[in-house]
Structures are given as structure tokens and as C-alpha cells.
Design a protein around this ligand. Structure first.
Ligand code: 1HE
Length: 268
């Protein structure tokens, strides 16, 4: 990563961005409302992820204050009719699709409340780092509503349909430790250290060949959901495209000529 000072980017009412070399930090910035997601926040996310600044190779999505996000801004729900409700949900889908199927990996820093639409947002990112304060809930049942930010598509793929049903029907919540074991997050860290961990991971991600990162976020989830025959063929095509890239040839030559790092054994 460049050693220059981070540059402040787009400043929306509900989120801010800051570029630090190849890493863009997107920060939900409505802590007094526990980062509840109103229309303005969703449109700002859509705008940021539609046009990442040139040179960005990974994004860190984090939040100001004690909580990642309390979910849908309930103060905006009241007067929507059924047609407007569908359009509203589809607006969330469009924004989160740009996060999940954008051009670069996105790493979220979870803490405190990761609730409802906040959990749906987290599920659209690729790597989730949870601080031990994080807790997960889907209080839609208590509020008389339903998930609308792609949660019923993405969350069962992480934790299973039965567990999501239980959360929605009974209001069951999970803490950070359980959440790690169940697949809500891939990393668990001490309070206050999530941002640093996410930046460390983002730097590692940014150091990969861009085409491999693109294949991981675009091809892998589609292959995983395809019928096996289609999956194998798509994998073969993707593997061939990736290895034909000049960047792959350079990296493999570096390894063979002893200029590249070996894979580290976790046991040292
Ligand atoms: C909000 C929201 C919100 C807080 N919409 N304003 N989400 C929920 O059902 C979660 C509702 N929130 C809570 O349960 C709690 O606020 C928290 C556990 C997240 C945090 O508690 P706490 O004690 O730190 O804060 P607080 O005092 O409850 O809230 C601080 C302020 O934020 C307060 O406003 P104030 O004007 O009185 O200061 C709250 O009203 C406000 N606030 N959460 C609006 N969610 C695409 S469909 C997705 C469907 C869903 O996401 S359903 C889940 C909705």
C-alpha cells in the first residue's frame, strides 16, 4: 500500500469514503441512529460501489460508533404501499449486488449490532471480520416485516435455512463466538482491532493478481451454485483464462526462480 496520507473521497450524509493507496475504506457514519440504513445510505452505497475510484483493489466496509448497523431505518417504513415496498427492496438488491458482484473484494468489520438489514449488508461482502462485541439478529418477525436486502438468498448459504428460520421466528440472537463457528464471520478479533485486521487482510487481497480476485468473487459463487457439469466446464474456462494472463506467468516464474514467498505452515 502507498505510504501517502489517505485521501477523503465522497462524503455522503450517511457514509464517508477514504482512499489509502489500493484500499478504499467505506464507513457507515450515522452512529447516533446505530447506523440504521435509510434510503440515503442505500443509495450512497450504490453510488460508491458503482464507481470505485481508479486503482482500488480492495474495499474495507466499516462503521462509526459501537454498532455495525441496526438494519432498516424503521422510521422510513410507515407509509409505503405494497408496490413501493417491492421497489424499495429491489433498490437494496441493486446496491448489495454491486457489493457482492463488483470488481474487487470487500471486507466488512462487524461489531455490536449486526441486525436485520445490517446483517444482510454484511452477507453481501466477501470477508467478515467480527469483533467480540458483535451480535447477530433478525427481528423482522417482531416488527411484522420480512427481510428485503437479499437476506433470504444470501444468509441460508452461510448459516443454513433452519437456523435462519429459527432466528426470524423466535428472535434468537447469536454472539460473536458462536457466530464465528456458524459462518456469520470468518475472523474473530478483540474489540477495537477489527479495522486494523481488515486493513491487513485487504492489503493481502490487493496483492493478488486482479484476475484471480475477479474470478473468486464472480466465478466461484456462480460455479458453487451451478449444476456440476456446468460448474466443471466454467471452472475449466476460468482456470484457462487466469493462467493465460501475463500476471500469472510472471508470478509462477517468480516462484520457480525462488523470488516468491513459499506457503507458510500455520504450525510454524
Ligand atoms: C433506529 C434503529 C432502526 C436504532 N431504525 N432508528 N432493526 C431493529 O429492529 C433494531 C432496532 N434497534 C435496536 O434494537 C437498538 O437500537 C440497538 C440494539 C441496535 C442499539 O440499542 P441502543 O440502546 O444502543 O440504542 P437505542 O437507544 O435503541 O437507539 C439509538 C437511536 O437510534 C434511537 O433514536 P433516538 O432518536 O431516540 O436517539 C433509536 O430510535 C435509533 N435507532 N435502531 C430507526 N433500525 C431491507 S429489510 C431489513 C429489515 C430489517 O432490517 S428489520 C430490523 C430492524
Amino acid at each position: 500500500m502507498a505510504t501517502t496520507e489517505p485521501t477523503r473521497g465522497a462524503q455522503h450524509e450517511t457514509l464517508t469514503t477514504e482512499q489509502d493507496g489500493e484500499i478504499l475504506v467505506v464507513r457507515l457514519s450515522r452512529p447516533d441512529k446505530r447506523n440504521a440504513l435509510n434510503d440515503s445510505a442505500i443509495l450512497a452505497l450504490d453510488a460508491v460501489f458503482s464507481r470505485l475510484p481508479p486503482g482500488v483493489r480492495a474495499v474495507v466496509l466499516e462503521a462509526e460508533g459501537e454498532h455495525f448497523s441496526a438494519g432498516l431505518d424503521l422510521s422510513e417504513v410507515s407509509e409505503r404501499d405494497a408496490t413501493e415496498g417491492v421497489a424499495h427492496s429491489m433498490m437494496w438488491h441493486r446496491a448489495f449486488e454491486k457489493i457482492q458482484f463488483g470488481s474487487v473484494p470487500v471486507i466488512a468489520v462487524l461489531k455490536g449490532a449486526v441486525i436485520g438489514g445490517g446483517l444482510e449488508l454484511a452477507c453481501a461482502t466477501h470477508i467478515r471480520v467480527a469483533e467480540t462485541s458483535a451480535f447477530y439478529a433478525l427481528p423482522e418477525g417482531q416488527r411484522g416485516i420480512f427481510v428485503g436486502g437479499g437476506g433470504s438468498v444470501r444468509l441460508p448459504r452461510l448459516i443454513g435455512v433452519a437456523r435462519m428460520m429459527d432466528m426470524m421466528l423466535t428472535g434468537r440472537t447469536y454472539g460473536a463466538e458462536e457466530g464465528l463457528a456458524l459462518g456469520f464471520a470468518q475472523y474473530l478479533v478483540e474489540p477495537g482491532t477489527g479495522a486494523a485486521k481488515a486493513r491487513e487482510l485487504a492489503r493481502r487481497v490487493a496483492g493478488n493478481a486482479p484476475l484471480t480476485n475477479l474470478a473468486v468473487i464472480q466465478a466461484l459463487p456462480r460455479i458453487a451454485e451451478a449444476d456440476p457439469a456446468t460448474g466443471f466446464m466454467t471452472e475449466a474456462l476460468m482456470a484457462s483464462v487466469a493462467q493465460s494472463d501475463r500476471e500469472a506467468k510472471r508470478r509462477i516464474r517468480d516462484f520457480l526462480e525462488k523470488r516468491a514467498a513459499k506457503v507458510a505452515n500455520p504450525r510454524g
